[in-house]
Design a protein around this ligand. Structure first.
Ligand code: ADP
Length: 504
């Protein structure tokens, strides 16, 4: 389906609501430019790259390919803005007001932003709306935090004063992925600005449209030029240049574990600070006393929402052997009934995989699973050509050593694994190099908290999944990351302490 006809775009039912026309117009209008020092500009090289609609495999729009030369300009602009009194010397209340204004702008334009994100990343519109709806609260939380960035005073001998100042780091480079640009943008930009840093953000090349449109809309907040810069480009180009840049004080990265390792290595050039939010292979553990009417749909959404392209996706579903048959049958049947299709269509349950490359990767894993001897309980169909769709897929009869159990697939593919008892479940759940999230379903509160404590994961959900809140820290154990975002930890992660000793 072409998006040239806004009346028809994304709708099949006669009664389907009109899709936000501003969003449809934005997605087509190009080429998009870089946003550096408060101005929109072409890449120095004049190059552009095509953004592909994952639902149709058609080219949607061209975007300027920022590279090292553009990153140099953006970092210089961000450094200048960082030192400029119009940003460096403003009161915390003024910083707070900037963030509150940005929150209002996002809220006012939420529908347009949700549609742009849904089209660009192929996320089902209702889910995209849900993610966009969280953004204003993130900016408001950090607007509050801006007036509470505090140091301490220390005991002294009466003829001296010792205190700490909690100061911004400087230029923060944000490198974000395609799977959740709304989260990534808000989680990285809001705390960085709240603490007085300036930002150079590189969107993912597969999905740069939401960050670019946000930058356009946020112009209304009148941030001083250079405080927020957006440089789309390729990972090996703009991304690598930002990660290595000697003028960048911190990289805040969300993406794959492999690239995260490279970012950490690149940081050694100037020992910039690094926060990494990386991949996962999250366990979802269902005990026999669980409320299955909640645990089963949650397990399904846990691996199928966002077509499984979610870092915290619960792709290893451990089910106690007493209820395994019932749970496996219900999950398989529900997965089979899920409708893949255009994310703007209200009848769609699962949108496309982001790109041909990811589609090939997910398809390959489905084949690997079968070659390894796992049983394909349902799904397995993948059809590309016009859009990159994969039916939610469930494997059974897996072993703990199979690649489909050990490696992050980043598609709607889960393994169902029976377990005997609590120890067995915990041991196998922890038998992974990742540690991003985990879920446990039981009515026994002792067991729930014992298991939560035993699981090696940055977030553990009890009788729920996917609950993230800006008030609460988020991040990974083991190879799922370094550092934390959100909550008070975000303030620490975006500041540094200066100790001042005065003698009189
Ligand atoms: P995903 O699996 O979500 O695509 P990636 O780790 O490949 O995750 O990409 C996340 C972000 O990292 C994207 O913005 C991408 O362009 C960027 N990126 C990819 N390779 C590099 C690299 N070598 N250096 C810096 N950034 C990179």
């Amino acid at each position: 389906m072409s998006r040239d006809d806004p009346e028809k775009a994304g709708t099949t039912a006669a009664s389907a609501p009109t899709i936000n026309p501003a969003a449809l117009a934005y997605v087509k209008a190009g080429p998009k430019q870089l946003y550096i020092d408060g101005k929109w500009t072409a890449a120095k090289s004049g190059e552009t790259f095509d953004v592909i609609d994952p639902s149709t495999a058609d080219v949607m729009v061209a975007v300027a390919t920022g590279d090292a030369a553009d990153i140099d300009l953006a970092v210089a602009a961000a450094r200048k803005a960082f030192r400029d009194p119009s940003w460096a010397r403003i009161s915390p209340h003024q910083r707070s007001r900037y963030l509150l204004t940005i929150a209002d702008i996002i809220e006012r334009n939420a529908d347009e932003l949700a549609v742009i994100q849904a089209i660009d990343i192929g996320m089902v519109l209702a889910q995209s709306r849900g993610l966009i709806a969280t953004m204003p609260d993130v900016f408001r939380y950090f607007a509050g935090a801006a007036t509470k960035v505090m140091g301490s005073t220390y005991p002294s001998d009466g003829s001296s004063l010792t205190y700490t100042l909690r100061e911004p780091l400087g230029v923060v480079g944000a490198i974000i992925p395609w799977n959740s640009p709304a989260f990534a943008f808000a989680w990285k930009v809001a705390p960085a600005l709240a603490c007085g840093n300036t930002v150079v953000l590189k969107p993912a090349e597969q999905a740069p449209l939401l960050p670019l449109r946000l930058a356009e809309l946020i112009e209304e907040a009148d941030l001083p030029p250079g405080v927020l810069n957006i440089v789309p480009g390729l990972g090996a180009g703009a991304g690598d240049a930002l990660a290595k840049h000697p003028g960048v004080n911190k990289i805040n990265f969300t993406g794959s574990t492999g690239v995260g390792k490279g970012i950490l290595a690149a940081s050694t050039g100037n020992l910039k600070k690094v926060t990494l939010e990386l991949g996962g292979k999250s366990p979802n553990i269902i005990f026999p006393d669980a409320d299955l009417s909640k645990a089963i749909p949650a397990a399904l959404m846990g691996f199928a929402a966002g077509a499984g392209q979610i870092c915290v996706a619960g792709t290893r579903i451990f089910v106690h052997e007493d209820v395994y048959g019932e749970v496996a049958a219900a999950i398989a049947q529900a997965a089979q009934g899920m409708k893949t299709g255009n994310p703007l269509d209200p009848g769609t349950d699962v949108g496309p995989i982001i790109s041909q490359k990811q589609f090939d990767r997910v398809s390959d894993y489905i084949k690997v699973g079968q070659d390894e001897g796992a049983t394909l309980r349902t799904g397995g169909q993948a059809h590309a050509g016009s859009g990159y769709f994969v039916q939610p897929t469930v494997f059974e009869d897996v072993t703990d050593q199979m690649r489909i159990v050990r490696e992050e697939i980043f598609g709607p593919v889960a393994a169902l694994i029976p377990f005997k008892d609590e120890n067995d479940a915990v041991f196998r759940a922890n038998d992974t190099e990742f540690g991003l999230a985990a879920a446990v379903w039981t009515k026994d509160i002792s067991r729930a908290h014992t298991v939560a404590r035993a699981l090696e994961a940055g977030t553990v959900w009890i009788n729920t999944i996917y609950e993230l809140d800006v008030m609460v820290p988020y991040g990974g154990y083991k190879m799922s990351g370094i550092g934390r975002e959100l909550g008070p930890e975000s303030i620490e992660a975006n500041t540094q302490l200066k100790t001042v000793v005065a003698r009189f």
